[in-house]
Design a binder for this molecule. Sequence first.
Ligand SMILES: Cc1cc2nc3c(=O)[nH]c(=O)nc-3n(C[C@H](O)[C@H](O)[C@H](O)COP(=O)(O)O)c2cc1C
Length: 348
Amino acid sequence: MDALPQATPPAEAFARLDALMARGAAFFGTRYAIMGGAMSWVSERNLVAALSNAGAFGVIACGAMEPDRLAQEIAGTQALTEKPFGVNLITMHPRLDQLVQTCLDHKVGHIVFAGGIPPGAAIKAAKDGGAKVVCFAPALALAKKLIRSGADALVIEGAEAGGHIGPVSLTVLAQEILPFIREVPVFVAGGIGRGEAILSYLEMGAAGAQLGTRFVCATESIAHPNFKRAFIRGAARDALPTVQLDERFPVIPVRALQNEGTKRFLEHQAATIRRFLAGEVEKAAAQLDIEHYWAGALRRAVIDGDVENGSLMAGQSVGMVTREQPAVEIVQELITQAAAAIAARQAA
Ligand SMILES: Cc1cc2nc3c(=O)[nH]c(=O)nc-3n(C[C@H](O)[C@H](O)[C@H](O)COP(=O)(O)O)c2cc1C
């Protein structure tokens, strides 16, 4: 569904938006302060280059890639764009240090550390090698600590986001963090699907926004047509966090579209817990059994198109994905929506 049709906003509205985005855009060296959130399997050379060519900041999702595979992906992206892009590294990757070095060897300007607080040594190595470091801050105290450790920018990601999530919404994180951090640019993520929302966070002090779900159905995204169709059909209420059946067996919260796989995960947890209670399996083995359920599931959905049993990680913004569109069109839509909101206010 689209909002009311609007005339093209006047140049002053775009200029005001440019001013609000200036710090974030300067940090990345891009036209707009919009980051393409790294999405494992989805954020590879084609989508990343398309986003960077569209004036946003594309970010390669390294995920579980080994250093030589990452090197190929960086080189492949560089072949498709001359614009800046970044690489997202998961901090628990066993070869984190080598992955940082791979980025530096290939002159990647920005390294995003995700999936936990990065080791100080990794931050230092990245910075000593000339890269800028971006970290996820799940709370104000950690935001301050990360800045002391050398983070050049922060992302605050609310629970509305797709993929692995924390417990707090972006609405609350933004209030808890944005007014208190001025030292480095802070980018907001989670549940953002329209330009008006980006504008509101810029006005609260954000330097820019990171969007993932909204870019899955970019024409350039290599996600399987079945995966894209699930996003086009999906509504906000379908993108739910994983349910944990028993607090003795913690489950990592992941927001995803519900399917057969999510239903069967509940049954799998129940059956594993029953086996544990019957003394048939040790606690640690039962925990591992639960954790292993989703192994390889995102790849199965994104690449193989198995949208029934694979993982359909998606943010609540999925309802705002209505069709396949070129990345440049999505970026321009976001920018025009934000500028139109500025213009509407000026006209009032
Ligand atoms: C399919 C999918 C895979 C993702 N994989 C990663 C990842 O590998 N690393 C990461 O830091 N974030 C990952 N994310 C989170 C995104 O980078 C981004 O922060 C999030 O999508 C923002 O919320 P939104 O989806 O509501 O726009 C993923 C999100 C999705 C939807």
